[in-house]
Write a protein that binds this ligand. Structure first.
Ligand code: FES
Length: 83
C-alpha cells in the first residue's frame, strides 16, 4: 500500500489542492489501483510557500500541479509497484 497525502491546508487549498487530488484520483482509477494506493487529504504539511505540498509515504514533494501528477505517479507509484 502506498499512501498519498495531499495538503488541504488553506494555502495549498488556494493553490489548487482539489485539482491535484482529482488528478491523483484519475490516475488511481485509470490504473485500477484503488486497493494499492491510499489517497487522503492532510492538514498543513509545513511548506505553505511551496505548495501544493504532498507526501508520498515519507517523502514530501513540493509545488505539485495537476500537470505534473502523471509524472509523479509514474515514478513514485507505478515504478515502485512494478505496474
Ligand atoms: S497549507 Fe499546505 S503546506 Fe501549509
Amino acid at each position: 500500500m502506498i499512501s498519498i497525502e495531499v495538503c488541504v491546508g488553506s494555502s495549498c487549498h488556494l493553490k489548487g489542492a482539489r485539482d491535484v487530488i482529482d488528478a491523483f484520483n484519475n490516475e488511481i482509477k485509470h490504473h485500477g489501483l484503488e486497493r494499492k494506493v491510499f489517497l487522503t487529504g492532510a492538514f498543513c504539511l509545513g511548506k505553505c510557500l511551496n505548495g501544493v505540498t504532498i507526501k508520498i509515504d515519507d517523502e514530501l514533494i513540493l509545488e505539485v500541479t495537476p500537470e505534473i501528477v502523471p509524472d509523479i505517479f509514474q515514478s513514485r507509484v507505478l515504478d515502485v509497484l512494478g505496474v
